[in-house]
Design a protein around this ligand. Structure first.
Ligand code: BGC
Length: 682
């Protein structure tokens, strides 16, 4: 940093106001003509948005991987691309909750569950920052649909806000991301960019975040109000920003100290950038990063159905590979993370990869439908007829269908949970003539498969898997890799089963009436059958669970351990999940909530002991009375299983914390100002 004579604190007031908005050069902070350092930011979650970078899977795939290592690896790939292209900060990860199945941006987010989103987000941040690239956690907060995202106020009650929508951010902050990005929407009536209770009150004071807060692009409406809320940097460059701040300073609305605090955080960011340059490794050759992208994609592929063990394919003699997506798979969704035109990688055709693996097999490819780049898919009747004939003549048919970046995109929501009609019909028609149909679904969020799933022999859900998807798929189909992904969001039977479905409020306000019952918590509480539950996914291996043990370590600290055994003759990875139920709570509680998970590699026949650490946070709920997380002593049930609906081991636990500590909480409550007390006692 020596080359810059000027420290940010020595700048004039006007210059200080200038650096609190972006530079005229897109993606960069202001350097005042070289007087001060600047940093370069860039999207995004599915690959660095610079020509030639590796297109990695979308964050849904990371959610489905349930793998801390995959989250870390995926971020490392992008970090290397950042280093190569001189980008200092990546605008990712997004950890918004998938409250609504139709949110156009679900593919960019991790899960419907706050714990899973937070933990994987944390490892993603480490993957970037360990290589000297800053992470930006986004979008704070309650931005859970794209429809009218600039105007609709998410009206969320306090408990749901903390337990569901803020919780992933709280967890990710443990990895000290350099930046948090606010969202576009208002939260409970206040734009998040100007929401002082949210940014200063919760993010900084309660969560202890001392990094930089950046606006989402053009999310600032009034720069002075946003500064008052401690939003440091408005992005991108906004002409009016500097004057807006100076005027507000003159009239006393913002103080010199407030400006200086943000300026100091800008300086801190530049110091981090400078210091991190020393730890940035030389990027490995692109091919190596691509190979890692294949590994990441494999981790998140979910085998949803595998009747009669049809997969992996053993010595097939005649194979029909159907659907243009087998050759031109969609690498990601649309919007600011769209890598489709950026990666430049020549994705190998799935049919050719399979032919290499099965040289004695006749592999036929039939496009069956046309991909319309900026629209969707178009029926080609004569092509479909050829596909049907080929499927009839084949031993197996692999049918590649799904969404694309037009159907799932930032800026608007999905119009249906079903596959495009052309694809649905294709699958049905192929299933009528061939008993061994393997359907490959490429999409970034939940798909309603009820119209055809009973007729298919096997279903593989790939997510938007990035440029390595076909290599990854080939490894799964042939059995070189044992599938190990599990769903990070519930797949409902129909959009009508989702409590929010297409409801959009009135365009200005959307009430979050579902409260804390989001995703699997809602379906379980209301006994709504689903197509595939949260946490579900099959493997070529089989696993058994045994020996649940709970060991008390301290007041509310426990080790929960159990054994998972691979009972098959195939090596594989199992994702075991730990859920907790608060049995007799004084407040409403979900039927179960995820509090731990592990992805474990087990050789055929091997057993391993898995241990999870539970602590006070694991048993607590957010008390709106105490305004903090609170552990209510009592009975809890511990569930360990292969999915939220497949519980294999179960135990009861009486949590009894230190009396004094418990009492002091109540004392605190009873000492609250009278007015608050009255409200409660009624
Ligand atoms: C998106 C952000 C993105 C930014 C910059 C916005 O529209 O919401 O996620 O980082 O654009 O491209």
């Amino acid at each position: 940093m020596e080359q810059f004579s000027m420290k940010f604190k020595d700048l004039t007031l006007q210059e200080k106001c200038q650096i609190l908005t972006g530079s005229r050069e897109a993606w960069c902070t202001e350097d005042l003509g070289g007087k001060v350092p600047y940093c370069r930011m860039q999207d995004g979650p599915s690959g660095l948005m610079v020509q030639g970078s590796v297109s990695v899977p979308c964050l849904q795939n990371i959610g489905n991987s349930w793998s801390e290592d995959a989250a870390y690896l995926m971020a490392s790939i992008m970090a290397e691309d950042c280093i190569e292209h001189e980008v200092d900060v990546l605008l990712a990860p997004g950890v918004n909750i998938k409250r609504n199945n139709v949110c156009g941006r679900n593919f960019e987010y991790v899960s419907e569950d706050p714990y899973l989103s937070g933990i994987l987000g944390k490892h993603f941040v480490n993957g970037l920052q360990d290589k000297g690239i800053g992470a930006t956690v986004k979008h704070l907060c309650a931005n859970n649909r794209e429809y009218a995202r600039f105007t609709v106020s998410s009206e969320v009650d306090e408990r749901a806000l903390h337990e569901i929508y803020l919780e992933p951010f709280r967890i990710v902050l443990e990895s000290k991301p350099w930046i948090v990005m606010c969202s576009y929407n208002p939260l409970n009536g206040w734009y998040t960019s100007e929401n002082r209770p949210l940014l200063k009150g919760i993010l900084r004071d309660t969560f202890g975040f001392d990094g930089l807060i950046v606006s989402d692009w053009c999310a600032v409406h009034d720069r002075a109000k946003s500064l008052k809320a401690t939003l440091d940097l408005e992005m991108p460059f906004a002409e009016r920003s500097e004057k807006n701040l100076l005027d507000a300073h003159t009239r006393g609305f913002i103080t010199t100290e407030e400006i200086d605090e943000s300026v100091q955080r800008m300086q801190d960011l530049m110091d981090k950038v400078e210091a991190s340059k020393a730890i940035r490794p030389t990027p490995r050759p692109r091919q190596e990063r691509h190979n890692d992208a294949i590994k990441v994609a494999e981790e998140g592929i979910v085998l949803l159905k595998n009747e009669d063990g049809v997969l992996p394919l053993k010595n097939p003699k005649r194979l029909a590979v159907i659907g243009q997506q087998a050759r031109y798979p969609e690498v990601g969704g649309g919007g600011s993370s769209d890598m489709s035109a950026k990666h430049g990688y020549d994705i190998p055709f799935l049919d050719r990869l399979l032919k290499q693996e099965y040289p004695d097999c006749s592999v036929r490819f039939i496009g069956a439908y046309k991909i319309l780049p900026h629209l969707g898919f178009n029926n080609r009747e004569w092509l479909e007829k050829i596909a049907i004939r080929d499927a009839y003549e084949s031993e197996y048919s692999i049918v590649c269908v799904g969404d694309n970046r037009v159907l799932e995109s930032e800026g608007y929501d999905r119009q249906s949970l079903k596959l495009p009609l052309v694809h649905e019909n294709l699958v049905k028609h192929i299933c009528e003539v061939n008993p061994n149909v393997i359907v490959i679904v490429t999409a970034g969020s939940a798909i309603d498969m009820t119209a055809w799933i009973d007729k298919a022999k096997a279903v593989i859900y790939t997510s938007f898997g990035g440029e390595g998807i076909n290599e990854a798929l080939c490894n799964i189909i042939t059995g070189k890799t044992c599938p190990s992904g599990k769903l990070s969001e519930t797949f409902v039977r129909s959009i009508e089963d989702n409590p929010i479905n297409f409801e959009t409020g009135n365009g200005f306000v959307e009430r979050y009436n579902d409260g804390i019952m989001v995703g699997y918590k809602y379906y379980e509480k209301n006994n709504i059958p689903v197509l595939f539950p949260f946490g579900y996914g099959k493997s070529y291996a089989t696993f058994e669970y045994s020996d649940l043990k709970i060991e008390k370590l301290g007041d509310a600290d426990y080790n929960v351990s159990y054994t998972v055994t691979n009972t098959s003759d195939v090596d594989g990875k199992e994702i075991s999940q730990l859920y907790i139920k608060d049995v007799f709570s004084m407040v409403e509680q979900p039927p179960k909530a995820l509090k731990g998970f592990a992805k474990t590699f087990l050789k055929a026949g091997e057993s391993k002991v898995i241990t999870h650490r539970l602590d006070k946070q694991s048993f607590s709920y957010y008390s709106t009375m105490l305004k903090e997380w609170f552990l209510e002593d009592g009975w809890f049930e511990i569930y360990v299983g292969a999915s939220s609906a497949d519980i294999r081991l179960q135990a009861k636990l009486l949590v009894k914390t230190d009396e004094d500590q418990q009492n002091s909480k109540y004392d605190e409550f009873y000492n609250l100002p009278d007015s608050t007390n009255d409200t409660f006692i009624v």
